[in-house]
Design a protein around this ligand. Structure first.
Ligand code: NAI
Ligand code: MG
Length: 494
């Protein structure tokens, strides 16, 4: 479908699969049930390998190991600076295996190798290094209280944490979760997404090589309702950090109620990307394209509602259509490829349904709209024009390469419509007017607002959702809060 002439290609080789079992207490072991599940290459629909299918029994072993490790002096008494050094070593090992890790990520997830190399891997390494530097800088306060007392606070690790991650950025989500947990001194039981367990397992191998004590990091691959739910219910787990769909978070909240676990959530979005007529149009078009199509549209913060000011609508649409039609789809192992397949058949089917629904509801499909090729879960970059607020494609998370274009007249209107969603993860504004940019940044109800840019992430900048897009923040100093308890110590002075 690509109209662009294809530059000469260079195709990266598939790596060897080295880890596919549960990693519990420093040991690689099959699931207690002996069961396995298939992980599939979304570009070819071929099975990559069988992976241990952990469930409640394996989760219980892993939680027991994590509890023991949390209490064991090898970890609990380790100097904070040495904890940081272990994390730096892990980051170095990841960097040293970059070729193999990025190829593994591309195979399991389908994302273009160029993205895995330019984004996933370097961001993961950077995140671990950022939090490694925090390990010895977690400190309490001294507090002036009435009477002759000395009062201070200590910031202590919350304990054993269960971490449940999705498939869209498998390796990066490991770093976002392990970074603050390890810096805080917690121990970990992670359940990777069933679609993409391979890089998480490889990172566990590297953590073992780096020298983390047994039981500090455990990985139990498996399905959500079995392995995931067991982790959520387990009384030995102090906190759950979850990234995924809001409906799953609602289930987790209910399941976690009996044990009153701490919960942090990073959920979905329907983020407004707002283009004013006074914007640099080239930049806004490129930003809207990147903000939606990056990672096959599988981003929690995807700019999926593109609001374009009426008077530039036609120019904008003409350019965004041309750009989406020149996007290079194909083999994700080809270094020139810009868009690979969706992660699995479910996601592919869901996206195709939304495209049909959008057309039925009266949107005009001006680019894409159907499958690419006849093998693998590829969807052409799709642009729906003349979308209105009440259409399903403007309200529900599609999580695929489907852009909805809406038009607006003025600031108040677009603020109201932009905020008219139960989500609140991200938003963006394109304008040359500095005052308008800050005004919009204040009024948009979202955890992140980008001005004249999109998807700019940094390990130091907190990320998370307002409203039903999440609870708590990841990254930055704020990202540590979810992994720490505050203890108040009061000493009588005489
Ligand atoms: P999901 O929320 O079901 O899965 C995410 C993780 O949660 C996976 O590891 C899964 O095994 C686990 N999980 C599922 N059910 C669970 C349960 N009852 N208890 C504990 N853990 C459980 O998301 P899914 O089904 O992969 O995708 C569905 C939709 O969710 C997507 O189409 C997309 O709209 C959205 N999504 C949003 C993401 C984000 O980054 N905000 C990431 C992935 C999906
Ligand atoms: Mg699900």
């Amino acid at each position: 479908m690509s109209t662009a002439t294809k530059p000469s290609s260079s195709v990266v080789k598939r790596p060897q699969i080295r880890q596919s079992e549960c990693f519990i207490n420093g040991q690689w072991q099959p699931a207690a049930s002996g069961k396995t599940f298939e992980t599939v290459d979304p570009a070819t629909e071929a099975v990559i390998t069988q992976v241990a299918e952990g469930d409640a029994a394996d989760v219980d072993l892993a939680v027991t190991a994590a509890r023991r490790a949390f209490e064991d002096s090898a970890w609990s008494r380790m100097d904070a600076r040495d904890r940081g050094r272990l994390m730096l070593k892990l980051a170095d090992l990841i960097e040293a295996e970059a070729e193999e890790l990025t190829a593994l990520e591309t195979w399991d997830n389908g994302k273009p190798i160029r993205d895995a190399r330019a984004a996933d891997l370097p961001l993961a390494v950077d995140c671990l290094r950022y939090y490694a530097g925090f390990a010895d800088k977690i400190q309490g306060e001294t507090i002036p209280v009435r009477g002759n007392y000395f009062t201070y606070t200590r910031r202590e690790p919350v304990g054993v944490v269960g971490q449940i991650i999705p498939w869209n950025f498998p390796m990066l989500m490991v770093a976002w979760k392990w970074g603050p947990a390890l810096a805080a001194g917690c121990t970990i039981v992670m359940k990777p997404a069933e679609q993409t367990p391979l890089t998480c397992l490889r990172l566990a191998r590297l953590a073992q090589k780096a020298g983390f004590p047994d039981g500090v990091i455990n990985v139990v691959p498996g399905y959500g309702p079995t392995a995931g739910a067991a982790l959520v219910r387990h009384p030995g787990v102090d906190k759950i950090a979850f990234t995924g769909e809001h409906l799953t978070a609602q289930t987790i909240m209910k399941e976690a109620a009996p044990t009153l676990k701490r919960l942090t959530f990073e959920l979905g979005g329907k983020s407004p990307n707002i283009v004013f007529a006074d914007a640099d149009l080239e930049a806004a078009v490129a930003g809207a394209h990147f903000g939606l199509f990056f990672n096959q549209g599988q981003c929690c913060c995807a700019g999926s509602r593109v609001f374009v000011q009426e008077k530039i609508h036609d120019q904008f649409v003409e350019r965004i259509v041309a750009m989406s039609q020149s996007r290079r789809l194909g083999d994700p192992f080809d270094v020139q490829t810009e868009q690979g397949p969706q992660v699995d058949r479910n996601q592919f089917d869901k996206i195709m349904k939304y495209i049909e629904l959008g057309k039925k509801e009266g949107a005009r499909c001006v680019a894409g709209g159907d499958r690419f090729g006849d093998r693998g879960y590829f969807v052409k970059p799709t642009v729906l024009d003349q979308v209105t607020d009440q259409m399903a494609v403007a309200r529900e998370e599609i999580f695929g390469p489907v852009m909805s274009v809406l038009t607006f007249r003025d600031v108040d209107e677009v603020v109201q419509r932009g905020n008219n969603t139960f989500y609140g993860l991200a938003a963006a504004v394109w304008t040359r007017d500095v005052s308008k940019a800050h005004h919009m940044a204040r009024r948009l109800r979202a955890g992140t607002v980008w001005v004249n840019c999109y998807d700019v992430f940094d390990a130091a900048a907190p990320f998370g959702g307002f409203k039903m897009s999440g609870q708590g923040r990841e990254l930055g100093a704020k990202g540590l809060d979810g992994y720490l308890e505050t203890k108040t110590v009061t000493v009588a002075l005489d």
